[in-house]
Design a protein around this ligand. Structure first.
Ligand code: HEM
Length: 507
């Protein structure tokens, strides 16, 4: 009996694998879509590029498009399209699409708005956050952002006095982290005040981001890690220590807000996201401590490195081009003749400066914001040229394919703020260039924090480039060029960040 089983089992397993292979290659609804056979056969194809080669599948997808054309099957059940004008169709016109459920476990916070697959549930979860991140609400927070900028200014002045090298990329992460934690939770870790900008959430979020490739292929990973004592996780992955401490602080904050609401206390003038969520019409299950903590972690993860990376891009490219640097300086000096005047660096003064805006947009464009593809699943068939993509298929596009396409952004790798000048800059196809600026996504799932991000970018770059003379220090293009797609873009792994010397302070 046991002997029979031993013989039968391998035959059954082999038979199932062969049947699955035949199904995926010849009978699957995506069988006629172009692409490599190995990608159609197994998800291990993707896993090899992401896990073994460390975040290289996006690069490989580009190679596949060059070989097979603009529509390809990249996994047994996913289609990837390279066609910038189609961005609006996929993300805006089909605005009731779902997110690909499989991607929800990437960061271990599947209850957040970003990872919610179902569009109805997403809407329910997002409504209570929308007002808090509206332009009006963000403008009301400007004084707190400016107070952080005062700290940044003092820090850079100290670098000028000492002549030491400043890792400004770390300062940007500290700034973005302090701002978004203060705004969302009513406290922050004041990383920016630490002498020499030594610390931020940068390493922690990049570690979570890189780990996402493993978690996608092995969805039980996060549950396993969560079941281990914190001390083990800290020992296995030291950058995560900060996140574990943050989670503890967030749980305490949620408990405190819950208690204050139960006791009928008046909410603070600036509510936290926990006040917004707990006092909303969300059903009780949506207000659980776990879901609130997952939402909180998402907001930090989404708000820190995206903003810091865009700041790094602009800073590097401005400093690498004497012509752009001097044009920006001239605009800032003309607009702010007296930088010591009260409100000299008010957001309202900075956000209408066209050249500064161009520098910021080019930084965001070249930074690619999210380097991973962004899949959607439709309930109806989706026509694309001669193809009809069956309902239920995850269909993805990638920001890099739009931002780095020379048909829409001529000389796409060049940092060229001039391309954004004029009343309504146009792409070569005659459409507004804005149509192809997809850094914040488009449609109902687009970036919640866009208003906060704009404010941070303008007040940081406006003040830094008006007040300080900076020079790059042992930093080149490879420190800001995409080398690994960890969902968040990463430069080469041995990059020391964007470093500068503060060679002058203007008044
Ligand atoms: C330059 C800075 C930023 C860039 C380029 C950026 C970009 C993006 C992108 C591409 C998405 C995904 C859109 C999609 O799935 O279609 C997104 C979503 C999101 N972003 Fe941002 N972001 C930035 C800053 C921020 C900030 C400061 C916050 C802070 C609150 C934030 C919070 C979020 C949230 C919560 C989502 C998920 C929205 C949802 O799924 O409903 N982002 N962002």
């Amino acid at each position: 009996m046991a002997y029979n089983l031993l013989l039968t089992l391998p035959v059954v397993v082999l038979g199932s694998l062969v049947s699955l292979a035949i199904y995926r290659l010849y009978l699957h609804p995506l069988a006629r879509f172009p692409g490599p056979k190995l990608a159609a056969l197994t998800k291990w194809y993707e896993a090899y590029y992401e896990i073994v080669l460390n975040g290289k599948f996006s690069f490989h997808i580009e190679d596949l498009h060059r070989k097979y054309g603009p529509i390809i099957r990249i996994t047994p059940d996913e289609i990837h399209i390279q066609d910038p004008p189609f961005w609006e169709t996929l993300y805006v016109k089909h605005n009731k699409s779902s997110k690909y459920e499989w991607t929800a476990g990437r960061f271990g916070n599947s209850g957040s708005v970003f990872t919610t697959s179902d569009p109805t549930l997403h809407k329910i979860r997002r409504i209570p956050l929308n007002y808090m991140f509206s332009r009006k609400a963000i403008l009301g927070f400007e004084s707190a952002v400016q107070a952080k900028m005062d700290i940044m200014t003092r820090g850079l002045k100290r670098f000028h006095e000492t002549g030491a090298v400043c890792k400004i990329s770390e300062a940007y992460s500290a700034f973005a982290g302090d701002v978004v934690t203060q705004y969302s939770f009513g406290f922050d870790y004041d990383h920016l005040s630490l002498e020499g900008f030594p610390d931020s959430f940068h390493d922690a979020f990049m570690a979570v981001s890189a780990f996402g490739h493993v978690a996608l292929q092995f969805p039980w990973m996060h549950s396993l890690l969560n079941s281990l004592p914190d001390s083990w996780n800290k020992a296995m992955n030291p950058p995560l220590a900060k996140l574990l401490d943050l989670q503890k602080d967030l749980r305490a904050k949620i408990a405190g807000v819950n208690k204050s609401i139960d006791q009928g206390e008046k909410p603070p003038e600036h509510p936290t996201i926990f006040h917004s969520l707990l006092q909303s019409d969300l059903p009780p299950a949506e207000k659980s401590n776990l879901r609130l903590a997952e939402e909180a972690q998402l907001i930090l993860g989404a708000g820190i490195e995206t903003t810091a990376w865009a700041l790094c891009q602009s800073t590097y490219h401005i400093l690498a081009s004497p012509q752009i640097h001097s044009k920006l300086k001239s605009e800032l000096r003309a607009a702010i003749p007296n930088p010591s005047a009260p409100s000299a660096f008010a957001y309202a003064n900075l956000e209408n400066l066209p050249y500064l805006r161009g520098c910021i947009k080019e930084g965001i464009r070249l930074g690619l914001s999210v380097s991973a593809r962004n899949p959607r699943v439709l309930t109806d068939p989706l026509p694309w040229r001669d193809y009809v993509i069956p309902p239920g298929t995850p269909i993805s596009m990638t920001i890099a394919d739009v931002h780095l396409n020379s048909d829409y952004f001529p000389s796409p790798s060049t940092f060229n703020p001039d391309r954004w000048l004029g009343d309504s800059p146009k792409a070569p196809d005659g459409s507004p260039l804005e149509r192809y600026f997809v850094a914040f996504g488009k449609g109902p799932r687009s970036c919640l924090g866009i208003n906060l991000a704009w404010m941070e970018l303008f007040v940081m770059l406006g003040r830094v480039f008006r007040l300080f003379e900076l020079e790059l220090y042992e930093t080149d293009e490879t420190d800001v060029a995409l080398a690994h797609d960890f969902f968040l873009p990463s430069p080469k792994l041995d990059s020391k960040g964007v470093r500068v010397r503060v060679v002058g302070v203007e008044s």
